[in-house]
Design a protein around this ligand. Structure first.
Ligand code: GN1
Ligand code: MG
Length: 385
């Protein structure tokens, strides 16, 4: 009996959630999807009469997203804004979060029962172990591409898709958005927290990573330079996606055209160069030879991504923004290294579920990519300008 408790429990829970989201029918298949480092996601096929439809049911990580109600408020507004502007797509290929009878696009479970939200709760830690769930349509016949599968054509199309996403949100009133994770891409703040964690050295790991810490210290001023340009007005804030890994673009399996951008959790006011840069970090790189786990910039792939992105965005960007794009790639790479290494120094609480030492390996890979980007800064500028 004991071994099936988890499975029965989750199957019953998913079915209960479907009811709450007013999905008719019974779940006939489900499985956990292990993509992503943060949330817990299930695929569920639901049959009603002769019809079968598939959904994604996701438990939001409330350690990372302390105000998940705010996140869902943002997603509601952003998906509506984009849908209103895009040429009509078939409904099944839009990202649609379902609503409960109370009109919420989420369900809060407390002791296994749906409870009404406490709108005042902006720090989930006060919610006494409640779970936060949401449900959206599973987009059929779609594929996404992991870094290793990235080829120039895929990257150009991913660049166009993210460029279009940024462009469509160009007239969105950012004042309506809740900041889902405060200081998310505030690199200066992340660096400050990182050095404080290194100072505390709670897990006695600093001694293993002295060269990495020295490298980060050497580039800390550069890492903070883009954020400073927001304060001086040199770089404008726009509504950005903030997690633009190219596997967050779904493509049509047959035509290989981009369909939709997913993972809207971190949409908030931000810098264009961070969105551009995070895609480059994720996709325009290759394994460095002779360095286990090391990464280097792949300039032809960078070129391919930049071509696609700028075909949508060039006319909208200021000169300063265009100049900031390569810096954005390097800064966001350094920032992620700092986040991984900071998590390693503080006991691996944020990027969970990895093997021991994984955050350290990830940090080292990002640092090698960062160093290579710094070497190729001029080459990247030549592509963008
Ligand atoms: C996290 O879970 P996933 O893969 O969508 C993280 C991103 C990082 C990414 C690194 C909310 O995203 O910022 O770039 O891991 N998301 C959050 O792979 O922290
Ligand atoms: Mg994400």
């Amino acid at each position: 009996m004991a071994q099936s408790v988890y499975a029965e429990d989750i199957a019953a829970k998913l079915q209960y959630l479907c009811r709450q989201f007013r999905i008719p029918g019974e779940i006939v298949r489900y499985r956990r999807i292990s993509n992503g480092h943060i949330n817990e996601t299930y695929y569920a096929a639901v049959r009603a009469g002769n019809e079968e439809k598939a959904y994604l049911i996701q438990r939001v990580n409330t350690y990372v997203f302390r105000n998940p109600v705010g996140v869902m408020h943002n997603i509601e507004l952003i998906t509506k804004h984009i849908m209103d502007k895009e040429r009509p797509l078939e409904r099944r290929r839009r990202l649609h979060f379902h609503h409960t009878a109370d009109g919420n696009n989420y369900v809060i479970l407390k002791n296994g029962e749906a409870v009404l939200p406490e709108h005042t709760v902006t720090d989930w830690a006060q919610m006494g172990g409640a779970e936060f769930w949401r449900l959206c349509n599973f987009i059929e016949s779609a594929v996404s591409f992991e870094r290793a599968e990235g080829n120039a054509e895929v990257l150009t199309k991913a660049g166009m898709a993210f460029g279009r996403f940024n462009r469509l949100l160009g007239d969105f009133d950012a004042g309506q958005l809740v900041e889902p994770i405060p200081h998310f891409h505030d690199t200066a703040y992340r660096l400050k927290r990182f050095f404080a964690a290194a100072e505390r050295d709670e897990f006695n790991r600093v001694k293993e990573v002295l060269p990495e810490i020295a490298l980060i210290r050497e580039h800390a001023a550069f890492g903070s330079s883009l954020g400073a340009k927001i304060r001086t007005g040199e770089l404008p804030l726009r509504v950005t996606h903030n997690d633009t890994k190219t596997n967050n673009v779904l493509f049509d399996r047959d035509t290989r055209e981009p369909l939709v951008i997913i993972d809207l959790d971190t949409c908030m006011p931000g810098l264009i160069c961070h969105d551009f840069g995070d895609s480059v970090r994720f996709a325009a790189c290759a394994k460095a030879e002779g360095r286990s786990g090391g990464l280097r910039l792949d300039l032809p792939l960078f070129h391919a991504y930049a071509d696609g992105y700028l075909s949508e965005m060039r006319g909208l960007l200021t000169d300063a923004e265009i100049r900031s794009l390569p810096e954005g790639a390097a800064v966001i790479t350094l920032e992620l290294a700092v986040r991984y290494l900071g998590d390693y120094l503080t006991g691996d609480k944020y990027f969970r579920g990895g093997r021991p030492g994984q955050n350290l390996d990830r940090a080292r890979a990002q640092l090698s990519l960062f160093e290579d980007m710094m070497k190729h800064m001029e080459d990247m500028h030549a592509v963008c300008e």
